[in-house]
Design a protein around this ligand. Structure first.
Ligand code: GLC
Length: 804
């Protein structure tokens, strides 16, 4: 088959040219406050504020690709004494198309198709900060005859409690209601609400053209007691819809528009709106506003300007076109999505409330948007701190609307520790990244509550942000096992290795080391030498322990089980070597130079594949309750020796820290989704975002990706490439420049907004070295060293760097 589309770099769009992609390829519109995803055949899952508690459209990802999902539009015209009915989205009618193109853009999806002489060009988006989805349709007659066209957009609602919709087929249908509101000039607004909340919250669906009839009941629309089907609704074979206001049942919103005769070459425009408001009265002003096509154009332009500005925060020009695409468009875009939806809502993370926002996930996600959206990052950090416990550990996840937190999967295992060894430590990294980016040290004094509440629901204790950080570190210091290494808790970053209570985690030891380095750096910056000295002591002690206990000969072990036996050692039959056990001692600065090199060489030899680095090997081959979730997967899948992409950028960072630019870049390149565009039959997922996992060479379907979009890979790839390969990293005192690139590169350019000004950095590599900065000049003046200071705000500054 080859591929299913191409990158249109000029328009910053990926263009899907074949609707029969191996799995649905999606795009996000709006934000978590209102929005969701749209698939490449027009289906859409839309929520307001929270996908579990306030879901609007019914979208069931597990149904086949050919099925109706959430929203579509039908067109019809008369052919003899019958109607020809089809959808310009291809799904759900699956007619033969003469042209199909889905443009995956920044905050919008645009689908252009041609069927039966009618070109439909529709753009789907949520205006910035708004609570509505706009679908802006243009229908053009590309045939030689006039065509009299009817357009019938349809939405299927879900109960707002997304799980109840699936678990209760009595209460849900009895509580669903729809009404019509007739506005001026024959324009109809269909209202939908559950639980008699008509005076509190309504969903609405409307358009900018008079509708001659409507339908709100799915059974009537499909016809024949639903033996009519979405592929060919029987209601569309009679002149008008039944104008029925549903008093129960499966609610839909369908509007029938007679667009009239479209002459050859002529176009008619139809704009639909799907939104949620407290009442019709509250919805009306903006609903009316967007009936005007010029207002729709204006707000679309406003959104485009948002993305221009957002992406201009950092732009690169390297010799590698695929790297440029990712760093200039798709990677920061994916980071914006993970910042919004954490691991909550995608085609794979179904948003039914079992997870919510993950503590460790979001703490890492915010690091990917620090430069672009520092205010949002700060807000999220505060939310995370408010689910930290007084003892310094964190709840694993929380619901963003209710702010109710829980201990994640550990709840399901009786007697298991109720915390994850790593969660709380990530927040230290997130906060220091924020401070280095912004210089906003006042944030450290902000008072934020700890999670515990009294009977009245008030927090029993509050503390400054800095206090929260100290407690996070303290929790790990205080919770060590038999070897003096941090206890694992229920799990660490690798959720699925669930060892018996008392097990110790080397990963947590390394993450603690990195967090301590950050605390030391910060304490020195703020002049708190007592804290700096204390943390240097902790750091050195842990470094000694790690090197005394965890070196296995050619790499570091990953865990000690409760009985003191190692996991991630050549002594093990399965799980002999774990990648995070090698990259992280380098990132933490624990590994001695010789061991660091050996450990990373072992990664290359034992874990690297052409599709990325595996998490561990060999994969477990059978359920083993003493190891937990990892043994539920076949070898080569997910955390059981699969290519779990999230861990790949950490190896890139470690290789760059050791100065190996060739390998750092090779590891970056081999997981670059852009490069998968020509291998889609193997990869299957969207080539414009990182997936969470790819099956490894231990699995017969080596190379197959799943769980696209919501993965920490986005944030870490977006840190590893600019900060470690290109080597431009924010510090408390300016931008540090220390590239680690392939020797063959002649250099690169990077434009970066930082502390209120723009740094235009040009790096030349005349001697073709992989690392080393010979000279730096700022606005023509040489500076000593490689730290470009914080420069005067406002005007752009030119930074010239020569490697050598
Ligand atoms: C998933 C989880 C993340 C975890 C990773 C590895 O991506 O969201 O929290 O670290 O799996 O188990």
């Amino acid at each position: 088959m080859g591929n299913y589309g191409y990158f249109d770099d000029l328009n910053r769009e990926y263009v899907i040219t074949n609707p029969k992609t191996p799995v649905k390829w999606i795009n996000y519109i709006g934000t978590l406050a209102f929005g969701g995803f749209v698939d490449h055949t027009g289906g859409a899952l839309i929520c307001k504020g929270d996908p579990a508690l306030n879901r609007i459209t019914r979208y069931i990802p597990q149904l086949p690709g050919s099925e109706f999902k959430g929203e579509t539009l039908y067109l019809r015209f008369r052919a003899g004494d019958r109607y020809r009915v089809f959808s310009p989205y291809f799904v759900p009618t699956l007619d033969h198309y003469d042209r199909y193109e889905c443009r995956v853009g920044l905050g919008y999806t645009r689908i252009i198709s041609e069927f039966y002489g009618i070109r439909t060009d529709v753009t789907v988006f949520v205006p910035p900060g708004d609570s509505r989805v706009i679908r802006d349709y243009k229908f053009t007659n590309v045939s030689r005859q006039p065509i009299e066209l009817d357009a019938i957009p349809v939405v299927e609602y879900t109960h707002p409690d997304a799980l109840k919709q699936l678990t209760n087929a009595d209460w849900v249908p009895q509580t669903m209601q729809s009404r019509v509101h007739d506005d001026d000039d024959g324009i109809k607004i269909l209202l939908q609400y559950p639980l008699m909340r008509r005076d509190v919250t309504i969903n609405y669906f409307t358009s900018n053209q008079p509708a001659s009839s409507f339908e709100t009941d799915r059974a009537r629309f499909l016809g024949d007691h639903e033996y009519g089907a979405w592929a060919n609704p029987l209601a569309l074979h009679v002149a008008e819809l039944s104008n029925y206001e549903a008093h129960r049942g499966d609610n839909i919103a369908a509007l029938l528009h007679h667009l009239g005769v479209i002459q050859p070459g002529k176009t008619k425009r139809l704009v639909t709106q799907l939104g949620q408001e407290v009442s019709v009265a509250a919805a009306l002003p903006l609903v009316r506003r967007y009936r005007d096509g010029r207002k729709v154009d204006a707000v679309f332009d406003q959104m485009a300007r948002f993305w221009d500005r957002y992406l201009s925060t950092m732009q690169v020009e390297t010799p590698d076109a695929n790297m440029n695409r990712m760093l200039n468009v798709y990677n920061p875009r994916q980071c914006h999505v993970t910042q919004n939806w954490s691991r909550y809502l995608s085609l794979y993370q179904l948003g039914f409330g079992a997870r919510g926002v993950g503590f460790r996930d979001t703490a890492q996600d915010v690091m990917g948007v620090m430069a672009h959206a520092p205010a949002e990052a700060r807000m999220l950090i505060e939310m995370l701190l408010s689910v930290q416990r007084r003892n310094g550990s964190a709840f694993h996840q929380f619901n963003p609307l209710t702010m109710i937190a829980d201990a994640g999967d550990s709840r399901e295992v009786e007697g298991a520790p109720d915390y994850y060894g790593d969660d709380h430590l990530w927040i230290v990294l997130a906060i220091t990244a924020y401070l280095k980016e912004t210089g906003d040290l006042a944030f450290l004094d902000k008072i934020v509550p700890y999670y515990e509440k009294d009977r009245a629901g008030h927090p029993v204790e509050t503390g400054t942000v800095l206090d929260h950080m100290h407690r996070a570190v303290k929790f790990t210091t205080a919770n060590a096992g038999a070897h003096g290494l941090p206890l694992l808790g229920f799990a660490d970053w690798n959720d699925t290795v669930n060892l018996r209570t008392g097990a110790e985690s080397l990963f947590v030891a390394h993450l603690y080391g990195k967090a301590l380095l950050e605390m030391i750096d910060l304490a020195r910056h703020t002049g708190d030498s007592a804290a700096a000295d204390r943390y240097v002591g902790y750091y050195e002690a842990m470094k000694v322990r790690v090197n005394d206990l965890a070196w296995d000969g050619e790499w570091y072990v990953r865990y000690f089980d409760a009985d003191g036996s190692p996991l991630g050692s050549k002594a093990n039959g399965f799980g002999q070597i774990y990648v995070n056990g090698q990259s992280w001692p380098v990132i933490a600065g624990f590994a001695t130079p010789d061991r660091a090199r050996q450990a990373l060489n072992s990664v290359c030899r034992r874990l690297n594949t052409r599709n990325g680095i595996k998490l561990s090997m060999p994969g477990f081959n059978g359920w083993d309750p003493t190891r937990g979730g990892i043994t539920t997967y076949p070898p080569g899948a997910k955390e059981n020796g699969g290519i779990f992409l999230h861990a790949n950028p950490w190896v890139i960072m470690a290789e760059a820290l050791l100065g190996n630019g060739e390998r750092a870049f090779e590891y970056y390149d081999q997981i670059n989704p852009v490069a998968k565009n020509d291998k889609i039959d193997e990869f299957e997922c969207e080539p414009y975002v990182y997936p969470q996992n790819v099956l490894s060479d231990e699995h017969p379907q080596f190379g197959l990706a799943r769980n696209s979009w919501l993965t920490g890979t986005a944030s870490w790839a977006y840190q590893a490439a600019p900060q470690y390969i290109l080597g431009i990293a924010p510090t408390y005192h300016g931008l540090r420049i220390d590239p680690c690139i392939p020797r063959s590169w002649d250099g690169f350019k990077l434009v970066r907004r930082f502390r209120g000004t723009v740094y235009q950095i040009e790096v030349a590599n005349p001697e073709h070295v992989g690392r080393g900065v010979k000279s730096v000049s700022v606005d023509g003046q040489p500076i000593p060293g490689n730290l470009v200071p914080i420069l005067e705000e406002g005007k752009a500054h030119k930074v010239e760097v020569v490697m050598g």
